[in-house]
Design a protein around this ligand. Structure first.
Ligand code: SAH
Length: 260
């Protein structure tokens, strides 16, 4: 005679396997509840960083606008995992409101500046935006959910290739990245509703002005490496006229040029 629990019967073996599976699943669920996920452990530092950005925004000079930074932009900053855009070993500082080294003598920009520039170009869901200076890819990731398409150019191949891989892995699918000299822009990707230059230029690059749509806005830090730099707003009116305005003093790494 045999019953369900008979160790040797096929039915008994299946039942024991089933119980093992149930026990394993129960353990997995309990374990998952007990240990906060890695994602969650960054949520509070990221929220604190957003609060710091809001505080800084309250002290902006009038030329940069007195309406603070939009909640749409702050919501995105509150979601993008900046710790995944910094080199291994510095993740712990990723949510300080500060620039951080990313290798090759370059830096990931200060989150406040990323938020401010994103706010000031006035993105819309159907806009196409160009970024010069991909660096880590963080600024492109912040733009990604706010616009239709992001085109970004990085001159240092090692940084550009890492950013391409990272943005793909993190599924920022509307970002196109290429390695090259951003001074010349990317005509095939444009024309652009907005352009962000995230390295300091000696002058506003004329090819970028040309690739800006009528009604478009460009932000570019203008100045020298050791001298003063000003974040400059370049606007192209609907009629095609260009106006420029210095908004606030900033400190960016220099826009370098490809040796040709
Ligand atoms: N936006 C980046 C940080 C920018 S740091 C981020 O979110 O991480 C400035 C970047 O501009 C550096 O990576 C630097 O290599 C790049 N750069 C400098 N000159 C450039 C040029 N002519 N064309 C494209 N990228 C340039």
């Amino acid at each position: 005679m045999s019953n369900f629990a008979d160790r040797k019967s096929p039915m008994g073996r299946s039942l024991r396997h089933l119980w093992r599976l149930v026990a394993l699943l129960a353990f997995a669920v309990t374990f998952d509840d007990a240990v906060p996920s890695q994602q969650d452990s960054w949520a509070e530092p990221r929220a604190a960083m957003v609060r710091t950005i809001q505080t800084h925004a309250a002290f902006l000079p009038e030329a940069a606008g007195t309406d603070g930074i939009s909640t749409t932009v702050l919501d995105v900053i509150g979601k993008v995992p900046r710790h995944q855009f910094v080199p291994e070993g510095v993740e712990g500082q990723a949510y300080a409101d500060a620039p951080l080294p990313i290798g090759y003598g370059q830096t990931i920009s200060q989150p406040f500046i990323v938020a401010l520039m994103t706010h000031l170009i006035r993105t819309s869901p159907d806009s196409t935006v160009l970024e010069i200076g991909t660096g880590s890819g963080y600024q492109a990731a912040v733009l990604s959910p706010l616009v239709k398409a992001v085109c970004t150019i990085e001159i240092v191949p090692g940084l550009g290739e890492t950013a391409i891989r990272r943005l793909k892995e993190l599924r920022y699918d509307n970002v196109q990245t290429k390695v090259g000299d951003g001074y010349f822009g990317w005509p095939e990707c444009g024309p652009f509703d907005g352009i962000l230059v995230t390295a300091a230029a000696g002058h506003v690059p004329p090819p970028l002005v040309k690739q800006l749509k009528p009604g478009g806005r460009m932000l570019v830090p203008v100045g020298s490496v050791f001298g003063p730099q000003f974040l400059t707003l370049v606007e192209k009116t609907r009629g095609g006229q260009i106006t420029t305005r210095q908004l606030l003093p900033v400190s960016f790494v220099p826009l370098t040029r490809e040796s040709r």
